[in-house]
Design a binder for this molecule. Structure first.
Ligand code: SF4
Ligand code: SF4
Length: 185
């Protein structure tokens, strides 16, 4: 018997095993009680990281987190984010206007990944279907919320864009430096 002919019975056994497995799975589900969620009366609790409607969050002191760096707009594959940067008297940047066109958004979450200040966040809210396509254009007033979203503690301006006169390890939430000689033999 050649190697080629030896292979066929093995392939046949694997094919039968695969078929039997598929039928077993079908039979198992055939006699199970169906799990039906009566939406919209019953709403499922989605995981916190579900990607739905986008919000602009604020830092613990209530100030807007967005520093209008354009990273979210740059990374967005749908080109649905636009804004205009401005600067306050104290030098803090903010978005004079900020716009998201949800009609183009694919909820990929890349804007959230790119954001250095945790300002832009996706939420599990998926209930904002509309028939008027123009109403999918959300302005800053529609996006801005009065909380910190998934991370209520983070304050970009305490970590970055501030003077660094303190010793190493003395800055906000900074660990003491490791003594690299401490583990020498
Ligand atoms: S979720 Fe994706 S497509 Fe939607 S605004 Fe963010 S980067 Fe753009
Ligand atoms: S939301 Fe974040 S990434 Fe987008 S401009 Fe503001 S700070 Fe930059």
């Amino acid at each position: 018997m050649t190697n080629q002919t030896k292979k066929y019975p093995r392939e046949l056994i694997n094919a039968v095993k695969g078929l039997a497995g598929a039928y077993r799975m079908t039979l198992r589900h055939l006699f199970r009680r169906p799990i039906t969620v009566e939406y919209p009366e019953v709403k499922r609790d989605l995981p916190e990281r579900s990607r739905g409607r986008i919000i602009l969050t604020v830092s613990p002191d209530g100030k807007e987190r967005c520093v209008a760096c354009y990273l979210c707009a740059g990374v967005c594959p749908g080109s649905c984010i636009s804004m205009q940067a401005a600067e306050r008297e104290d030098g803090r940047r903010y978005a004079a206007w900020f716009r998201i066109n949800f009609a183009r958004c694919i909820f990929c979450g890349l804007c959230e990944e790119a954001c250095p200040s945790l300002a832009i966040q996706l939420t599990p809210d998926y209930e904002f279907c509309k028939t008027d396509i123009l109403s999918f254009v959300y302005e800053k007033k529609d996006l801005l919320v009065n909380h910190g979203g998934k991370n209520t503690e983070y304050d970009f301006y305490r970590h970055a864009g501030v003077g660094t006169n303190a010793e190493k390890g003395k800055h906000y939430h900074e660990r003491e430096p490791v003594n690299i000689k401490s583990n020498m033999p």
